[in-house]
Ligand binder design. Sequence first.
Ligand code: NAD
Ligand code: UDP
Ligand code: UDP
Length: 325
Amino acid sequence: MARLYDSRRRILVTGGAGFIGSHLIDRLLKRGDEILCVDNLFTGSKRNIDHLAKHPRFEFMRHDVTFPLYVEVDEIYNLACPASPVHYQYDPVQTIKTAVHGAINVLGLAKRLKCKVFQASTSEVYGDASVHPQPESYWGNVNPIGPRSCYDEGKRCAETLFFDYHRQHGLWVKVARIFNTFGPRMHPADGRVVSNFIVQALRGEPITIFGDGSQTRSFCYVDDLVSGMLRLMDTGPEVTGPVNIGNPREVTIRRLAELTTQMTGSGSDIIYRDLPQDDPRHRQPDITLAKRLVGWEPTVTLEAGLQQTIDYFKALLPKVSTNSP
Ligand code: NAD
Ligand code: UDP
Ligand code: UDP
């Protein structure tokens, strides 16, 4: 709902103090929008939005999306949810509540405001995929009762809710299935593979490969991801998704470890740890739909993105201890 004396778009970003959310907010502000950032700072950090504290078009609200939220905005991006396996498994019940109750509240809000709503879904809806690469038409192979289920099934249920609100209430929804994304502002203790390897390499600690390192992932640089999210949000009402947003270049985790040691010039050893339960063997997005419907594909190479991320952690690490917010 546009306000009386202001034609600027007011955009709600839940999870806006997180890694992806804070980059999205930077881009929306650059575009001229006004931002309401809602976050409970569970995995996010004020450090990610510190530079915006005095920005006249930025507002931060500390709030947990599992509780109702009554605000007036013109568009919503729903990103609130821990994304790293270490963090979403720390309090699995809260994770599924965030995914499901958070989606219900955000959808209720969008229904009242009659506004467009974006959902940050995930490649995890495909689980340990038996189709490779993964197109949106693949229904997935998810263990409903394993340690990853709080996240995987929570995000699957959130997608169901988005499409039920779309069918039942005519809501204008945009669902992106985001594949592994990396870049500056990942938390040094985030636990995901790219930040773990870089932090370990820069500190000269052993690089921890889980399993034998032959499992694969396809890593998207955060700037590319945010461009895809913005483009998807700007498509017409006929495009609801789900649409895969990710970089199709697939690498083994062993190769990622080698690249990281080479690019940091680190003398770190590589050590092997047990592969976590239900860890997907392969993951690679089929982005045919994103190219055709959204007009988007990534442009930043893995090496260029890693360089940016290494430079970020080189500057950050001397200033923080691993667990500091
Ligand atoms: P992140 O952990 O850095 O950000 C998530 C943010 O949500 C944090 O700021 C956290 O404090 C906030 N949050 C968590 N629970 C909340 C709650 N109950 N109420 C309010 N805020 C809450 O992770 P990210 O990588 O930036 O991920 C953002 C979104 O993108 C998540 O929904 C995630 O599932 C999705 N996603 C990310 C990736 C990836 O590779 N980074 C891949 C697929 C999907
Ligand atoms: N809700 C909210 N903000 C709003 C409108 C609704 O947080 O501006 C929440 C509210 O808690 C409700 C949920 O969204 O439980 C779903 O709303 P909906 O209108 O779909 O369902 P109902 O209120 O009929 O249960
Ligand atoms: N991984 C690893 N060492 C680490 C962290 C992760 O080998 O220190 C592996 C993990 O087992 C998985 C892959 O890297 O196979 C990607 O893990 P991440 O947690 O980044 O994301 P997800 O499994 O959710 O794709």
